[in-house]
Design a protein around this ligand. Structure first.
Ligand code: PEP
Ligand code: MN
Length: 360
């Protein structure tokens, strides 16, 4: 792709390129106070959601056009660049009218080619000089993400970046959205000149995860960070658990270790991140397996079946050992792993069987 080298000349060539601001614009006071505090910490680009996609109806859906006036003030009076999310042609028309510098396509919108095409068509011939950032779709589909990027590129936009905000999972887990770092890494491999920005706020969903996730993104050589910051995070109208104060943001940014890309340790760091990612997947799978074991325990209890069934266990073990050898792992290793898993499963089922016997 023949992209412009920077998203915002003079600003985005520093690493990390930082965009910060509240999840949503709530009131004029909240927008201006947060922006002033961020500007005082050296942040140049202010984000705020004006139209908020909510999973269920009835929640706070954004203040709408009124909020764009506040963003215009941030630009005029505080001198920051402004960024907001757009999902429809009307949003584009309004955002451009109020001088928004960076627009981003949210994760839900990025899943829908019709919606992305509508945005691309609205941008065509509008001579938008700012940048368009495309968040990863909520589902882990690299092709869909690439397709959204291509639609925007085909509409003539040359300042394009990608935001990695993690992927939805049905399973309970540490992160609000699992990072699956290998997907954005593959995106960067396919389009090496595409700026990649991490969104640790939406990946983690918790304040305490912002710093470690931001550091991981820097270790993986990401270009920028988009972080939710609010002058009073505890009273935020949306995503309050993940918003941090401008002060905390400044501490996190100053503590980031920015490693030189050319160091040989970079490859090692990348491999370690992949290991961390896989370990998280193993933990999620194990906890799911244990929950199913408990359900089996319940069934066995109701049908008066014994918990331990030698034949079934022998079959499982034999099958897994064969599979592991095909996959290049030793039979001894697999035996240890599956025996441990089986032992814990049995223990869980025994718990179910005896839950009404306090002295067991
Ligand atoms: C947001 O950035 O506030 C937002 C709604 O994010 P996402 O599209 O990643 O859920
Ligand atoms: Mn948010």
């Amino acid at each position: 792709m023949d992209l412009e080298p920077t998203l915002l000349s003079g600003v985005s060539d520093q690493r990390p390129f930082v965009i910060a601001g509240p999840c949503s614009a709530e009131t004029e006071e909240q927008v201006l106070t947060t922006a002033q505090q961020l500007a005082a910490k050296g942040v140049c680009v202010f984000r705020a959601g004006i139209w908020k996609p909510r999973t269920k109806p009835g929640g706070f859906e954004g203040v709408g056009v009124e909020g764009l006036e506040w963003l215009q003030k941030v630009k005029r009076e505080i001198g920051m660049y402004t960024a907001t999310e757009v999902a429809t042609k009307d949003h584009i028309v309004k955002a451009l009218e109020y001088g928004i510098d960076i627009i981003w396509i949210g994760a839900r919108t990025a899943t829908n080619p019709f919606a992305v095409q509508e945005i691309a068509d609205a941008l065509r011939d509008r001579d938008f000089k700012g940048a368009v950032l495309i968040k990863n779709p909520v589902n882990p589909d690299l092709e869909l993400w690439l397709g959204a990027i291509e639609r925007i590129y085909n509409s003539g936009i040359r300042r394009i970046g990608a935001i990695h905000r993690g992927f939805t999972s049905y399973e309970r887990q540490l992160y609000r959205n699992i990072p699956q770092w290998s997907i954005p890494i593959e995106l960067k491999r396919r389009i090496p000149n595409l700026p990649l920005i991490a969104d640790p706020s939406h990946i983690g969903g918790k304040r305490e995860l912002v710093a470690p996730l931001a550091q991981q993104a820097m270790d993986l050589n990401y270009d920028g960070l988009i972080i939710e910051a609010h002058y009073q995070p505890d009273s935020a109208w949306s995503d309050k658990n993940q918003q941090i104060t401008p002060d905390t943001l400044a501490h996190i940014l100053s503590a980031l270790v920015i490693r030189n890309t050319n160091q040989t340790t970079e490859n090692l760091t990348e491999l370690r991140r992949q290991i961390d990612d896989i370990d998280n997947e193993i933990l999620d799978s194990l906890s799911k397996r244990m929950r199913i074991s408990k359900e089996i325990g319940q069934y066995k209890k109701e049908h008066e079946m014994p918990v331990y069934q030698t034949r079934r266990y022998g079959e499982i073990l034999e099958k897994r050992i064969k599979q592991s050898q095909i996959l290049g792992m030793s039979a001894d290793f697999m035996k240890v792993v599956f025996e441990a898993i089986h032992e814990e499963s049995i223990r869980k089922q025994m718990e179910v069987l005896n839950e009404d016997k306090p002295y067991f």
